[in-house]
Structure formats: structure tokens, C-alpha cells
Write a protein of this length. Structure first.
Lengths: 536, 415, 161
């Protein structure tokens, strides 16, 4: 493990560590554009130059490996002047688009100019002009003038998605990134080039002109689009409700996790937040009154459901739980079904179209917590019916209370006739979920769930990793987390388990960790940002 | 009189053919070299003080010794025939008039570095030289000097470029040979460790290799004695511009620039006076008429603040406008910048715009200091030496002829 | 019928492509030679030719396009039956390249970069062709023509059909 000194600080690093990473470990930032730890070294931007003792000229830090005894200086007069020069070179042909560029506020030309430039510009000749506002694909739009030709996007498409759509054409200051004429940037990870582009050359079409980034708040969360559980940040706009068309969630960005998603996220996950602010959100408990759905109070809704659950025999109750639910939600559900001795419980509703899967991030299971449901025992008890059985039994009126969590039955593999028969057969249909759907519209009781972005909780991904997600927003309207709805139900039904007294998701998790051996010893603090694997 | 080594066959009819080459002892050196130990060959070439003749002037024997000894990886010998430095044309003469000298040099170099596969990268515009050289390679194959069964089993692939000066840069050439844009590679790793197709590679200039058979046949001491203390031999000077007799001149590396211009090339025509000389291809800093008493070897010219480079000598008389010359040269560097790294990509275009504006009469007071400052800030920061080559003329033309620039700016419309 | 819109090499040419690819440790090394072959065959490198050649090398069209747009000898639009490339670099400039270029634009009736209406000549200016001893000079198709005067230029043009 080489031991080197950077700006007087001694630091020991793993063999094969370059100076940018070594400096990072020492708490020192070496500015750079083209370097990205997930991509091969390009050495093109020349911004990361540092002075190394016994080496006559400054060297780029990205392509220099730390060696034992190396002494590096990142703040010499020469390094600072070189950085200033490199900033000038980068800005010679750069258009002054800041007032209309989405990148403003998180643009690395702006940031590094303020930190390392601060010179008086002297380029007064005509700048090179290139195509602007060119859609490359459904998600990405290119401004070739703003591009600093760091080649990160080209390397991403070559090395990560291996689709090779992007290239740098021509040469000299006529160099231009782009697609082969007539082609589109359509791979399933295209949005990642927006993240890695240091400037406003590649920007997000969905986010374009919606809201300035300095108005955004951020929360660390987990994507609910599939069983991988990519780590994300949810960026919300709460202070400017007249921007972004009033939507609260502005965008999702991936968060680095070495063992789950590295730096990346698929496009489906990146843009999978639209349901959170969609008009189809259920925002208040609804009760059927004849042909209409009528808003009611939580007390009324909980009371009604509690009565119904007590009134029916356990074998007359069928519950379609959902792998969209968190570990906390599912734990309280199993506590409730134990209390009520309900055995017809299952989370496995077959999807109509099999999910796509690749050898990168995308998992066929489009739910974030199937593993959690499985480990939590959200499956039929002894003699109980599975999901398909519950559906058929409801059609035959043997299931009289059908409680559906989150599922849109129209998206299931079950034939439409069977779905309808089930919904019509069960005497009482309860829907509990975030967004309304045709099935939920026919429910006798609809309970609004808070979206994952509106609460704390944990999902267990396909690897068995338990990961925390944190609330980015308050629940919409009167929506409540599923565990909270179930806790109220439990209390109303007189269940004695202390878990039902929980007022925070963490308390439910602690109860879960205390009862389920696979989760033994876990806590929110222990999970941190890296999560923990379930015990084997 | 100077012994002619490189040019000894140039004026013979059919000098490009195997039979004529053999008449003057061709392919005897390689027979000798194949019985020498590779390390011995490298020592001889080191002792000869043969310096690279493409532009960088790096000691050839030392470069060969960078190949890791005993490495099981395939090693490649690549000949840089992408002659492109403005003012230089001597490799073209070698390719057309003495291709077998290059082939024989390749064979000896291949023996030294344990290579069985050589590539000759010829610039795309050199169609005639490519045809002649390819025919010579075929002759060598037919005569059993190349390929399987020749004893050493060395293969040569002749590869045409497609028009890019940067492919004359060692690693730009390798990228192009690999079927990509001619983008120079970041170093380390250096080509001797990881070069063409990721394998240990030596890149040598055409002329450098053409010297090797002579060194083997007549000894390192003889070759080194022809030159200076730090550079052996003669070399080919390409002389053009305002001289009576432009052309290829073979002379010892110790020759002075004055002698080259006036003794070898007949001096300045039309009764004009010398104003300036570019001594080593356009990337070399310009010399004024007072600075031509300098020896034209690598270290002599380096000490004089310029470089021997490709030995392309461009002579300018007193009718020449140096600001125009700068514009022409700046246009060249802007056009040939590969665009890979930021300082070169952005500033070569900008400096051309400034130089063009000055020539058009729209120069501004601050333009000259801008050119100098931008050039000095960019020097040494780039992936390859192309930009440093551009900086040579940018700085030397403006510094040494500043008054001429200032007069033009003053008399123009720009403020 | 194979042409620049529907390019296809003959079986003989495909065998040549494979032969070239086998010469290099990585077959991609044959890309520049094969692009030269394609240009000779189809007249210029159209986007369809880029896609066709890319398939022969297992390269995405974007990466072929990178190579084609980088090098000056690949034409991406139809060119004249003859290409006249006049050097405008330093030695040629010193010895009257400007005059030669002006003379050519006049004689041919086109700007630099354009092709005569009858498709006979494409006129280009280029950087150093490394024939400075013959300055001012130009490349006409495969050969160099130097020591140019307006008269010599006219004689050369006359010989171009």
C-alpha cells in the first residue's frame, strides 16, 4: 500500500490508486472534467495537473499512480496558474448560455471558474458555432457549443452500455460530439450521460426549463422500479410551486453504491417518479356510496375496515399484499394477519408482460421488495390460498373481503374476465395504495398510501440487501404510510403487539429486527447509506 | 568532401530496384546483423550517436533498449513514413529512390528488438512513393529476404494513411494504425511498453532506419566520427523557399546553417537579402539573418533556442511579411490539431483568428501579448508535443519580429 | 446494383477485406485501407458506406463516422473526376501559392472546396504535401505537379478530362 504525501498530508492508499483518488482520500480536491472513476482514463481536459517532487513538469493526476514516497503539491503557484490557463482554454469557445442553461448552479465550468479561474476574459473574436438544442433521444438533448469534449459520454456508451452511439467527429476546434446522422440515443441507460456531463451540453429533456437547481431539496432514497434497488437522490421543488408545473418531484439522480448500481441508474428508474405527483394519486380515504365514491375520514375508514375484518371469518378474507410495500409495512401486515388468523395472504401477482432483464442493472421483477415480502413470510399460511386462489375464490364468493394493496389488476396476467369476476364476487373490496386505477375505482373502500418518496422505510433488494429510503416530501393530502394505516387498524382491533403502537417507521423496523432472525441486529443507524445484507 | 550515405544511390537509374541496391552492397549488413546478438546491435547503434531524424532527435539505440528484455509479447517495429512537417521532403526521396535501404534498416532493427512484424505507415497523399515502396517490399519477399522461410521470418505490412499531420506524432500514428482517429495516446504507458495494438513497439523515422545498415557495415565509430560529439553521421536537409537550388542536401550534422544556405543551395536568388530562416520544419523557432552561424545538429540548435526537428529548412528573403507567414503557419496548426485535449484544440483556432485579423489590418494592440501569453500558458500542458511545435513559431515570430507586427497593427484599422 | 446508396463489395473485394484484416493483430487496423477501397469503389464515403463498412468491422456507425470525418482524404460528398489539391503552406506561400490558387479559381470558375459544374474538377487547398522543393505545387489525383506557373497550370488542366 503506497504511502505518499499530498500538500503535506501523509496518506496511505491501495496499490493502483491515481492521484485524484489519493487526494480525495486525503480530503483534497483536484479539479477535473474528463476523469470519472467508472470509466477509462482519457487525460484530455488537462485540468487535474499537479506538481510532483523530482518531476520537472506538472503531471495529470488522473493518469499518475500513487507510489511509495511520492510527494505531491496541488497548490503551488505553477499549479494554480496552470489551472487558471486550463480554465481559460475551456471557456474560449464556450457560449455564455448560463441564463438559459439548465446546468446553471451545478455546472463545473461555473464552479471551477469561481474556484480556479477568476481571470479577465480576453477572447473577443467570433466563437466557433455548433448545433444547439438537438434531441439525441427520448431523454437527452445536446448543445454541442457548450460541450467541453471531455468524452465522458462517449466512453459511457462504449464501456458501460457497450452500445457505441456517440462519437467525436471532425478535429481541432471543429470537433463535435454527436450521433451517427439519423441515429438515436435509445439505450436503456441513456440518462446517465446527463449526470456525467460536467456542463450543460447533455441535459435532461424531462427537466428542461422546469426549475432552477438551487431551489431543489434532496433526500437519499431507493428506486422502487425493480428488485435491484438502485440508490438514488430524489430532488424536490417545494419553494417554487409555480415552477415545474406544480409537480413536487423534479427529478431523480443515482447515488453511488459500489455493490448495487455503482454510479448508474436505468432510464425506467430515473423517470419512474411521475406517479408520485400524478392526478391519479389517492389523497383521502374514499367510501362507496351507491355509484359514487365519497371522501371520508381516517377514523371512519379505519373503523369500517376494522369492523369488516372482525365480522368476517378468517377464511373469508383474502389479502393481495404487494412487493411495493416496505419491510415495515409488510411486518405489520403479517402481525395483523397473525392476530386475525388470516391465512389467505400472498404478494405474488403475476405481471401481464414479463419484465425485461439485462446483465447490468435491470431486473425482471419490477418491484423493490419481493425479497422482503418473501423473507417476511407474506405468503399463504397453512391451508391458505395463494394469489391466484384468492382471485378465483373471490369470484366464487368464497372470499367475501378482498383487500388489495397497490396492485393494478389490469396490469396482471389474470384475464380481464377473472379480474372482474373477483371484484364483483367479493362482497367488500378494499383498495390500499398510492395511485387509483380502474380496479381501485370499484373498491368499496379506498385507503390512500403515502408514496415511498413521502416516508421513511426499507426495501430488501434481490441480493438480500436491506436499504433505507428517506422521506423527500410530506404525504400528499391525507395519505399515510401503509404501516401507519395498519398500526391504526391493529390498535382499533385491540391487537396487543407493541409494534402497533409505533409512531415512526424506525420503531416498526426495530420490532421487525427483533422478531425476524434474518434481520437480527439491524437498525437504521447500522444500515446507514450502504445497507446491510440479511443474515444467512 | 562529404561522404554520401543516404543519397549515394539517388541518381542511379532504377535505384529503387533490388538489383541496383545489391550492386552497392545492399543486404550485406542484415546478413551480418542476423549473426549478431540483439544487445550487440543496440550497443553499436547507441555508440554511433544516431539521433532520431523524424523530429524529436531521440537517440535511436537508447529507444530500442526500452523494449523489455525477454518479453514474450509480440513486438512491433513501426516506420513513421507519415512525413508531414512543412518544409520537409527527404523521406519521400528515400521511399522513392532507396526503399531497400529502409527495408534493410527495418530488418536490422527488428533483429535488435526481436520483432517479427513491421508496419510502414505512409501518408495517404504519397501515392507514388507508396507504389514504389510496396513494389520494393514485394521484391524483397520474392527474393526470400522477408516472410516465412527467410530465416528471420520478418513480415512487413505497408499501410496508407488518410490525411492528418498528427499521424506523424508517434502515438497518433499508432492510433491511426489501429484503425482509429489519429489521437495521440496519453503517456505513460510509453510505446516500448504498450504501443501498437497494446504490444511493445518501436517507432522509427524512415531516414533513421536507412542509416542503420551503414552503421552495421562500417561501424559505430565511423558514423559517430562524421558528426558532432553528441550526434553522429550525416543527415538529409530539405531546403526550400527563397534559395537558388532548393532540394535535398546530405551534409554532416555539424554543417552550419549559413553553409547550407549559401554553399550548398546557392544563396538567395534575385539579388534579395536573407531575412529569416525556419531551421527544422515549421515547428522550429525561427532564426533571424544574424543567427545562421549555428551548427545544424540536434544539440547545437537546441542551445540556440530552436530545434533540428525534421531538418526542414525554409529560407525567407526580405520580401516576406512575417505576420503573413505566422498566419499561414497558424492556419496549419489550427487545421491539424487533432482536438483531443483542450489547450491545443481551443487555442490553435483562436490564435489563427488573431493572426488572420492582424494580416487583414484589424489587429489590436493587445493581440501580440495575447498570442505570447496564451502560447506560453499552453506549452507543456498537452498530451503530445504538437502544441509545443505550434508554440515555436507563435512565440519566435512575434518576439523576433515584433516591430513588424506592431507596424502592421498600427497601420491597420483596428485600435 | 451496388452503389453509394446501396453499397456492397464483390466477393473478390470481400476476400480482400478479410485478407487485409488478417494482416493486423486487431482486424480494426484494416479500417483505413478498407475505407480507401470503399472510396475507390463507390466514388465517395456516404453514410450508407459508413454503415456497410462498420458492419464488416463490427464497429458502430458512429465510430466509422469519427474516422471518416477526421481524415482529409475521405470525401463525404461526390467529388469531381479529378481532384486538384493546391498546397497553401509556408514554402508554397512564399513562392506564390496565392497566385496559383487565384488562377485556378478563375480558370475553373469555382471557389476553393467546390466542384466544377461539369463534374470534372474538385478544387481544394491543402496543407504541406512535402514537395517544397517544387514550390508552388499541387497534387492532381495521384501525382504531384510542381514548379507551377499559370501556364503550366493551364497545360495540366487541359489534360484533365
Amino acid at each position: 500500500m503506497p504511502k505518499l504525501t499530498i500538500d503535506g498530508k501523509a496518506v496511505e492508499v491501495a496499490a493502483g490508486t491515481n492521484l485524484i483518488e489519493a487526494a480525495r482520500q486525503a480530503g483534497i480536491e483536484i479539479p477535473h472534467y474528463c476523469y470519472h472513476p467508472g470509466l477509462t482514463i482519457a487525460g484530455q481536459c488537462r485540468l487535474c495537473m499537479v506538481d510532483i517532487e523530482k518531476v520537472p513538469r506538472p503531471q495529470i493526476g488522473c493518469n499518475t499512480l500513487a507510489t511509495d514516497g511520492m510527494v505531491v503539491h496541488t497548490g503551488t503557484e505553477r499549479v494554480l496558474e496552470t489551472r487558471k490557463s486550463i480554465m481559460e482554454f475551456h471557456l474560449i469557445n464556450h457560449p455564455l448560455d448560463c441564463p438559459v442553461c439548465d446546468q446553471a448552479g451545478e455546472c463545473w465550468l461555473q464552479i471551477y471558474y469561481m474556484r480556479h479561474g477568476l481571470y479577465d476574459p480576453r477572447m473577443t473574436d467570433e466563437k466557433v458555432h455548433k448545433p444547439k438544442a438537438v434531441p439525441l433521444g427520448p431523454h437527452v438533448i445536446l448543445d454541442a457549443e457548450r460541450c467541453i469534449l471531455c468524452s465522458r459520454c462517449v466512453r459511457f456508451c462504449d464501456e458501460i452500455t457497450k452500445t457505441g452511439e456517440l462519437g467525436i467527429f471532425h478535429r481541432g476546434d471543429q470537433s463535435e460530439i454527436g450521433l451517427f446522422p439519423g441515429a438515436t440515443l435509445e439505450n436503456k441507460y441513456s440518462g446517465n450521460v446527463i449526470d456525467i456531463c460536467p456542463v450543460g451540453a447533455l441535459t435532461d429533456r424531462d427537466f428542461r426549463f422546469q426549475v432552477r437547481v438551487w431551489y431543489l431539496d434532496t433526500a437519499r432514497s431507493i428506486c422502487n422500479g425493480c428488485a435491484r434497488g438502485c440508490n438514488i437522490e430524489i430532488h424536490t421543488n417545494r419553494s417554487r410551486p409555480h415552477h415545474n408545473q406544480g409537480r413536487r418531484v423534479a427529478r431523480i439522480k443515482p447515488r453511488f453504491h459500489a455493490d448495487v448500481n455503482e454510479w448508474w441508474i436505468c432510464d425506467a428508474g430515473r423517470y419512474g417518479f411521475r406517479g408520485i405527483d400524478d392526478p391519479s394519486r389517492l389523497t383521502a380515504p374514499m367510501k362507496r356510496d351507491g355509484d359514487r365514491a365519497v371522501e371520508t375520514t381516517w377514523d371512519d375508514a379505519i373503523g369500517t375496515l376494522a369492523q369488516a375484518l372482525s365480522r368476517h371469518r378468517p377464511e373469508e378474507i383474502g389479502i393481495l399484499a404487494s412487493p411495493q410495500m416496505s419491510n415495515e409495512d409488510l411486518f405489520l401486515l403479517t402481525r395483523l394477519t397473525e392476530h386475525l388468523r388470516i391465512v389467505n395472504v400472498d404478494f405474488r401477482v403475476p405481471p401481464r408482460t414479463p419484465g425485461d432483464q439485462d446483465d447490468f442493472l435491470i431486473r425482471a421483477d419490477k418491484n423493490p421488495n419481493s425479497r422482503g415480502a418473501e423473507l417476511g413470510g407474506v405468503v399463504p399460511g397453512a391451508g391458505g390460498l395463494d394469489a391466484g386462489g384468492i382471485l378465483k375464490a373471490a369470484a366464487r364468493k368464497q372470499i367475501k373481503l378482498l383487500w388489495i394493496f397497490h396492485h393494478d389488476l389490469a396490469q396482471s396476467a389474470w384475464p380481464e374476465t377473472e379480474q372482474r369476476a373477483a371484484l364483483e364476487g367479493a362482497g367488500l373490496v378494499v383498495f390500499q395504495g398510492t395511485n387509483g386505477n380502474p380496479g381501485s375505482a370499484r373498491a368499496h373502500l379506498a385507503l390512500p398510501s403515502a408514496a415511498y418518496a413521502e416516508r421513511d422505510g426499507t426495501f430488501t433488494n434481490f441480493q438480500g440487501r436491506v436499504q433505507r429510503f428517506r422521506a423527500a416530501l410530506s404525504p400528499l393530502g391525507d395519505a399515510l404510510p401503509d404501516w401507519d394505516i395498519l398500526a391504526r387498524l391493529g390498535r382499533t382491533l385491540g391487537a396487543s403487539d407493541r409494534a402497533f403502537t409505533a409512531e415512526r417507521a424506525e420503531q416498526v423496523f426495530n420490532a421487525l429486527a427483533g422478531s425476524v432472525t434474518r434481520f437480527a441486529g439491524m437498525s437504521y443507524r447500522g444500515l446507514g447509506d450502504a445497507g446491510q445484507m440479511v443474515k444467512s | 568532401m562529404t561522404e554520401k550515405i543516404f543519397t549515394r544511390n539517388f541518381h542511379r537509374a532504377d535505384s529503387h530496384t533490388l538489383s541496383v541496391y545489391r550492386e552497392t552492397g545492399g543486404y550485406t549488413a542484415v546478413a551480418k546483423a542476423l549473426s549478431m546478438k540483439p544487445a550487440t546491435i543496440i550497443e553499436e547503434v547507441k555508440k554511433s550517436n544516431l539521433r532520431g531524424l523524424g523530429g524529436a532527435g531521440f537517440p535511436a539505440g537508447v529507444k530500442w533498449s526500452f523494449i523489455p528484455e525477454g518479453s514474450p509479447a509480440p513486438k512491433y517495429l513501426v516506420v513513421n513514413a507519415d512525413e508531414g512537417e512543412p518544409g520537409t521532403f527527404k523521406d519521400r526521396y528515400l521511399l522513392e529512390r532507396d526503399p531497400h535501404a529502409v527495408i534493410e534498416g527495418m530488418l536490422i532493427a527488428a533483429r535488435a528488438i526481436d520483432s517479427r512484424l513491421g508496419f510502414v505507415y505512409i501518408r495517404g497523399e504519397y501515392v507514388q512513393p507508396w507504389r514504389i515502396f510496396s513494389a520494393a517490399v514485394r521484391e524483397a519477399y520474392d527474393a526470400g529476404l522477408l516472410g516465412k522461410g527467410s530465416g528471420f521470418d520478418f513480415d512487413i505490412v505497408v499501410h496508407r494513411g488518410a490525411g492528418a499531420y498528427i499521424c506523424g506524432e508517434e502515438t497518433g500514428l499508432l492510433s491511426s494504425l489501429e484503425g482509429k482517429k489519429g489521437w495521440p495516446k496519453i503517456k505513460p504507458p510509453f510505446p516500448a511498453i504498450k504501443g501498437a495494438f497494446g504490444q511493445p513497439t518501436i517507432v522509427n523515422n524512415v531516414e533513421t532506419l536507412a542509416a542503420v545498415p551503414h552503421i552495421i557495415n562500417r561501424g559505430a565509430l565511423w558514423f559517430s566520427g562524421l558528426g558532432t560529439k553528441t550526434q553522429g553521421g550525416t543527415r538529409l536537409y530539405s531546403v526550400s523557399g527563397h534559395v537558388v537550388s532548393p532540394g535535398v542536401v546530405e551534409a554532416p550534422v555539424s554543417i552550419t546553417l549559413r553553409s547550407l544556405i549559401y554553399d550548398e543551395c546557392g544563396g538567395i536568388p534575385n539579388g534579395r537579402r536573407l531575412k529569416a530562416v525556419v531551421p527544422g520544419g515549421s515547428s522550429a523557432a525561427i532564426l533571424t539573418a544574424d543567427e545562421i552561424d549555428v551548427a545544424m545538429d540536434v544539440d547545437g540548435l537546441k542551445d540556440a533556442g530552436t530545434m533540428a526537428g525534421s531538418a526542414g529548412v525554409i529560407v525567407m528573403d526580405d520580401t516576406v511579411s512575417i505576420p503573413e507567414a505566422l498566419m499561414v503557419v497558424a492556419r496549419f496548426y489550427a487545421h491539424e490539431s487533432c482536438g483531443q485535449c483542450t489547450p491545443c484544440r481551443e487555442s490553435t483556432g483562436w490564435i489563427y483568428k488573431i493572426a488572420h485579423r492582424i494580416v487583414e489590418g484589424k489587429g489590436r494592440k493587445e493581440d501580440l501579448d495575447t498570442i505570447l501569453d496564451v502560447a506560453k500558458r499552453g506549452a507543456g500542458t498537452t498530451i503530445c508535443a504538437f502544441y509545443d511545435g505550434a508554440v515555436g513559431p507563435y512565440i519566435s515570430y512575434v518576439e523576433k519580429f515584433r516591430e513588424e507586427f506592431e507596424a502592421l497593427i498600427r497601420s491597420g484599422n483596428g485600435a | 446494383m451496388s452503389d453509394v446508396r446501396n453499397p456492397a463489395f464483390t466477393p473478390l473485394q470481400l476476400a480482400e477485406v478479410r485478407r487485409l484484416q488478417a494482416l493486423y493483430p486487431d482486424p480494426r487496423g484494416a479500417l483505413l485501407p478498407v475505407l480507401h477501397l470503399a472510396q475507390e469503389t463507390f466514388g465517395y464515403i456516404s453514410l450508407e458506406v459508413e454503415q456497410y463498412v462498420g458492419a464488416l468491422f463490427d464497429l458502430t456507425p458512429a465510430h466509422v463516422h469519427e474516422v471518416v470525418t477526421f481524415y482529409t482524404l475521405y470525401f463525404r460528398a461526390p467529388k469531381g473526376r479529378h481532384v486538384v489539391s493546391v498546397c497553401h503552406n509556408l514554402s508554397c506561400h512564399l513562392l506564390g501559392a496565392k497566385t496559383v490558387i487565384e488562377h485556378l479559381t478563375q480558370r475553373l470558375g469555382v471557389e476553393v472546396g467546390a466542384t466544377t459544374a461539369d463534374g470534372r474538377v474538385t478544387l481544394l487547398t491543402v496543407e504541406c504535401l512535402c514537395a517544397c522543393e517544387q514550390a508552388p505545387m499541387m497534387q492532381v489525383d495521384d501525382r504531384y505537379e510542381g514548379h507551377l506557373t499559370p501556364e503550366k497550370v493551364d497545360r495540366i488542366l487541359e489534360g484533365l478530362r
